[in-house]
Ligand binder design. Structure first.
Ligand code: SF4
Length: 445
């Protein structure tokens, strides 16, 4: 049978979709990238932001229309929104056959079989607390190749940020044994993967039977063939001294970090339940820069959270100026049903949220341009990921996270360059990437 998977939301959901694809492939499914011709249509939904939830539900409705002409279709609504809404999804989109929370992906093939046989709707939500084996059963088993890969080290979240639904839909944090993580990374490296990104909602809270996140990074640093390690998403409250110092001495740990701050006002951070102050965040940034002076730090900001005054917002702008973020994912606050913050009024008018977002973008764009301009003339170590934006070009990512396009060096082809590390001098800035030129003679590693 063929299955089509449509993913909404964050990197973690993208990786979950890879795991769903892996599980289905092991059961004989062919994964296709178009719904036409597929018998099983899967929507991997997100509920963190209102927009993602609306998109997922309207995609389910759109795919559901196909059932009018085909009675062999099975529609699966999976992911965080499935976990949160449960059977209510059937009322919203009656064409959905199976509602599946993230802790039940391992049972997906048998559940699809069941709904197809019984021709009835079914939902499986709830957490696998106390049954860590379920977590491991989702570990990708198929041969994974390519230059980079995601590796899950934990799941769930035990924080209580007042605007966030994740702890309610993903459950409390649970960690994978460090030996299993190392084994998976070793196997990836043996298959040619050179860069891994460790995934978890509060990834740096990792602590498996006394092995901290910094300990895990130190073990991965010794994996033969592995060149680079990144991780997402860390929480500022778990940026320990050991972890910060790791940036200074672990060769594989890349000099970039996405560290969500959300607001530059300690008053707002307290209201958001973030468990750190703006001052603490500033200290973390300072220590990261002393540990690794060339580190690029990006962040997430919410504007217009309930109760945010102009003064709070100005403190956020001040933090952005001082921290010199290399990128910011910014969002206008919108209330998510089921989150603690719904007890407060969403009291910043929409027009004001838009104004603050635009003001924030003006500051960010200027800083990002300044930081990028400093890279011109520098030599970056680029891991080639594929063909570039123009014919005859390659594209890849530098250790600091920047995307670099450059002409295929003399004597090389796309095939021979793929997965290699090449020194590239940055020659100019493009809107969302850098353009460079390989240092000759090429030293491809
Ligand atoms: S740390 Fe906060 S924002 Fe992040 S997933 Fe947990 S509750 Fe949500």
């Amino acid at each position: 049978m063929k299955a089509y998977i449509k993913t909404f939301g964050c990197q973690m959901n993208v990786h979950d979709s890879e795991r769903i694809a892996d599980i289905l492939s092991r059961h004989g499914y062919e994964i296709t990238d178009a719904p036409r011709g597929a018998e099983v249509l899967i929507i991997n939904s997100c509920t963190v932001r209102e927009k993602a939830w609306h998109k997922a539900i309207s995609e389910a409705g759109r795919l559901g229309v196909r059932k009018r002409d085909r009675d062999d279709l099975t529609i699966v609504f999976a992911g965080c929104a499935a976990q949160q809404e449960g059977d209510k999804v059937f009322k919203l989109i009656p064409a959905v056959d199976l509602v599946l929370g993230p802790d039940h992906y391992g049972q997906l093939p048998s559940l699809i079989e069941r709904v197809r046989e019984c021709k009835s709707q079914l939902s499986r939500v709830g957490f696998d607390e106390g049954r860590p084996g379920d977590f491991l059963s989702l570990e990708p088993q198929g041969k994974r190749t390519g230059t980079s890969a995601f590796v899950t080290v934990m799941k769930g979240c035990s924080e209580r940020c007042t605007y966030c639904i994740v702890p309610f839909v993903r459950g409390p944090m649970r960690f994978r044994p460090d030996d299993d993580v190392v084994r998976e990374v070793e196997s990836l490296a043996q298959n040619g993967v050179r860069e891994v990104t460790l995934l978890g909602q509060t990834v740096n809270a990792y602590n498996y039977e006394g092995a901290s996140f910094a300990d895990l990074l130190a073990r991965l640093d010794r994996v033969p063939g592995l060149e680079r390690v990144r991780f997402t998403s860390p929480h500022p409250g778990y940026m320990t001294k050991e972890l910060i110092e790791s940036f200074g001495h672990l060769e594989t740990l890349c000099e970039s970090i996405h560290l969500p701050v959300q607001s530059g006002s300690s008053r707002m951070l307290r209201r958001m339940g973030r468990r750190y102050t703006a001052e603490h965040f500033r200290e973390v940034v300072e220590k990261l820069r002393s540990s690794r002076p060339d580190i690029l730090i990006s962040t997430d900001i919410i504007v217009g959270f309930s109760g945010e005054t102009q003064e709070d917002f100005e403190q956020t702008l001040g933090l952005i100026e001082d921290a010199r973020f290399s990128g910011v994912f910014s969002f206008k606050y919108s209330q998510r049903p089921g989150t603690p913050a719904t007890k407060w009024r969403d009291d910043v008018p929409e027009e004001e949220k838009k104004r603050r977002l635009a003001a924030l973008h003006t500051v960010i764009d200027r800083i990002v341009d300044e930081l990028r301009a400093e890279l011109v003339g520098k030599v970056l170590d680029v891991l080639v990921e594929g063909p570039g934006r123009n014919p005859g070009q390659l594209t890849g990512r530098a250790r600091n996270g920047q995307i670099v396009n450059f002409p295929v060096p003399p004597g090389m082809t796309l095939g021979s360059a793929l997965g290699k590390l090449i020194d590239v001098e940055v020659v100019q800035l493009l809107p969302h990437s850098l353009e460079g030129s390989a240092i000759l003679p090429v030293r491809a590693r």
